[in-house]
Design a protein around this ligand. Sequence first.
Ligand SMILES: NC(=O)c1ccc[n+]([C@@H]2O[C@H](COP(=O)([O-])OP(=O)(O)OC[C@H]3O[C@@H](n4cnc5c(N)ncnc54)[C@H](O)[C@@H]3O)[C@@H](O)[C@H]2O)c1
Length: 325
Amino acid sequence: MKVLITGGAGYIGSVTTRVLLARGHDVEVLDDFSTGHREALPPGIPLHEGSLLDAGFVDRVLAAPPDAVLHFAAFSLVGESAAHPLKYYRNNVGGSVNLLDAVARSGVRRFVFSSSAAVYGEPDEMPITEHAPTRPVNPYGHTKLAIEWALADTAAAVGFPAVALRYFNACGASRELGEDHEPETHLIPRLLRSLVDPGVDFAVFGDDYPTPDGTCIRDYVHVVDLAEAHALALEGDLRPGLSVYNLGTETGASVREVLAAAAAVTGREIAPRIEPRRPGDPARLVAGNARARRDLGWRPRADGLTSILADAWRWHRDHPRGYRG
Ligand SMILES: NC(=O)c1ccc[n+]([C@@H]2O[C@H](COP(=O)([O-])OP(=O)(O)OC[C@H]3O[C@@H](n4cnc5c(N)ncnc54)[C@H](O)[C@@H]3O)[C@@H](O)[C@H]2O)c1
């Protein structure tokens, strides 16, 4: 299948690009390198360099329509989205509207969107199923939900199947590709970077949550498992209109459990500073994934946290300055 990947130079998009190439798909990437890395692209891959905000550019790319579009490109820093909401509405919603407009006029037969657990906000029930109310609590989450709505309406009007994959906490690495965001706000890469670079500060935010050890519980999902879910969404039978799937493991780990697992994998002592809670961090977010298992046949790995930490640690040791070295 000919597949266009927006954001294919980013963390999850680049791993997905390699997984699809390995499965024999014909992959092209669209990226403006605002947060992505040229080094993360396979040599020689067809590249459309430019922004989704440039509607003329997007139209030209879609003039030779792919069979499917995988849409990863977005800004995704929650704190920054609260400080600069319109930067997020413009890039995430505006860019997606340009893309959907071009897709609607082309022969694209399938569209897969990178949504987020952020659309749920602070849900009342765990694990979170796709039936939970969508009540995002920050502008980033609002943009993801707005794009789901735009996608649902476009898919219904035009008549192509679309999928929104609501990722929980993506982490881990493949052999050659890892997580290199600037700034890095995610727990695992920030922790591992602090172990290879003494200049990187690491703190735990809040140890007084209503959880067994007082730290936040999250659902950590291996980036290669996420990439495989995209392949399954591309290759499987889908209903017309929008289908929504949670991608998480149904297993929560607290920050302290992650630190203990990281200490075991790295052989380092980890005794972080404790800072006050950050506003808007729910105590517990764990995905129900029965729907993705049933419809997509998706099976996230069972030894989740151990292989996530082992793979991420190998990548950070090999790349102490990320893709810069
Ligand atoms: N990392 C996570 O834990 C997580 C969790 C839930 C959802 N998501 C979503 O998954 C997607 C990928 O996340 P990631 O961690 O790989 O992010 P990333 O920042 O590493 O990748 C995003 C890519 O999109 C590109 N991009 C951004 N705006 C663009 C534009 N206007 N035009 C063209 N290219 C543009 C960037 O250059 C980058 O290569 C995002 O949509 C994110 O919101 C990520």
